[in-house]
Design a protein around this ligand. Sequence first.
Ligand SMILES: [Zn+2]
Length: 233
Amino acid sequence: MGKYDELKVACYESNLQLPRLGLVKFTFGNVSAADQSEKVFAIKPSGVPYDELRPADMVLVDFSGKVIHGKLNPSSDTQTHAVLYTEWHFITGIAHTHSTYAVAWAQAQKDIPILGTTHADYLPCDIPCAPVLDDNKIDADYEMETGNQIVKCFRDRNLSANEAEMVLVSNHGPFAWGNSAGKAVYHIAILEEIARMAWLTYRINPDAPRLKPSLVNKHFKRKHGDGAYYGQK
Ligand SMILES: [Zn+2]
């Protein structure tokens, strides 16, 4: 067993969840699993179909995105993951997809408004849509700047990446994270579901009101923080 086999297996298993959950087609998307104390993460190799992946194919990189171990090239989005792990020390998993409804909101360049309690169970605010990158950033280091754009979006809006564990990147798609690779996949699946629900809601009533603050607080706090009481003890 190599030192990082556990990380690679966690990364591999979480990547396989994406096609199982219907969140990716072909080689779209990627998941990574990080060790924050060692400042390394395992990530899906670039352009390999999901049904051909093996745990040993996962590429180990450091937080600058440099390959430490692995024969294949890491995902083209590796630098985006690296920026988020560096910035947010409490996250150890990141997922990215091009799932249909989340991408539709990203392409519309719209935050997903908090319309119901399903949304509030996971985050107490709209799902932010980070603005499209300037040309100089696209030409410079596109993937790293995508990470910087996500971090800047959270800073500008005074959002906590601990509370809102998902984001849309304008004209691209969703990223989500959590305290494991499995949690990151879970959050990106929830994001797709919330995106679909919000779209349907606006089809029925384009003037549907936002969830009122009392219900946002009730639903978010019963699942998160000191007073949480949802689920089993
Ligand atoms: Zn992408």
